[in-house]
Design a protein around this ligand. Sequence first.
Ligand SMILES: NC(=O)c1ccc[n+]([C@@H]2O[C@H](COP(=O)([O-])OP(=O)(O)OC[C@H]3O[C@@H](n4cnc5c(N)ncnc54)[C@H](OP(=O)(O)O)[C@@H]3O)[C@@H](O)[C@H]2O)c1
Length: 326
Amino acid sequence: MSNECVEVVLPGVVEPEGLQVNRKELPVPGPGQVRVRVEATGVSFAEQQMRRGRYYDQPPFPFVPGYDLVGVVETTGRRVAALTKVGAWASHVVLDEADLVDVPEGVDPIEAETVVVNGITAWQMLHRAAKAKQGQTILVHGANGGVGSVLTRLAKAEGIHVIGTASPRHHEAIRKLGVTPIDYRDDVPRKVRELAPEGVDAVFDHIGGRSVVDSWRLLRKGGALVAYGSAATKEDTGAKALPVLKIVARTLLWNALPNGRTATFYNIWAKKFKAKHNEDLKAVLARLASGHIDATVAEVFPLEQAAAALRLAEERTTAGKIVLKP
Ligand SMILES: NC(=O)c1ccc[n+]([C@@H]2O[C@H](COP(=O)([O-])OP(=O)(O)OC[C@H]3O[C@@H](n4cnc5c(N)ncnc54)[C@H](OP(=O)(O)O)[C@@H]3O)[C@@H](O)[C@H]2O)c1
């Protein structure tokens, strides 16, 4: 066993190629902690924001990014999954034992990795925020993305109809999942109205800006808007929390209107959602193990090629999760 820990460091505001590979001594667990040998970690949209210094609560530079991981507890051999927000782009990570969820027997670590942050996010938005039900129709923006693809699979497995926006290159793939695709560059509200004249039961919007207003207007009576990101403002300058604060302000206003619809800004770290991370991750992993949902792996890179993996994510040509393997 090597005594070395390999990690990928984000040194400051850099292009993906500015990521650095660092070697250090293995980290030592404290009380209540264990050391996990990482088998898979992933590239999330958050790292695209972090490398620009635009993620709303990222740590000061330099730091090791990596939102989630799957790995093996060195002392027991237990295969686990964990949400880390940062720090997972490493060969070994020390974690609190209370934050670990068992990966069911027979589930491949790379496949499990696709449903850690993406699975928790998708599950909580679908079941806890929107409370979507069988027979309903929902609009999923970015149905090809990491979160979007898991959300789509979970919804279809529940008998929910999905209209999904994506670039045309992904339409065939999402059609195969039973999704009705719309090109996100088209007149999306008009296209959705053609498919659902009364509006939809829920919209999941990670785009922000103008899109979130359109999303709200597309809801039928009793419908739920779940806003959860601001991808459209990734390149903006100015206060990094402002685009999200604007969405939150809108949701507060919309909820105050007597209109029978609800709006939520979903934040995975909000207390009520954080309290359910382990339970909900367990539920999604169980569905992966039983074959209710499949994993969408876009591509697998060695950890040391994190720069190429992040560059690929930013090219916006992939569907599903880009995975890093130490
Ligand atoms: N609120 C929370 O707690 C929470 C938790 C997890 C994730 N998120 C958010 O969820 C979103 C998806 O994350 P992910 O990790 O799944 O990302 P991902 O795998 O990189 O997928 C990104 C998706 O967004 C689309 N997209 C990228 N840039 C866009 C832009 N400028 N305008 C509109 N669409 C754009 C992509 O479509 P194309 O491929 O067609 O370009 C793709 O479908 C991000 O906005 C992230 O911040 C929020």
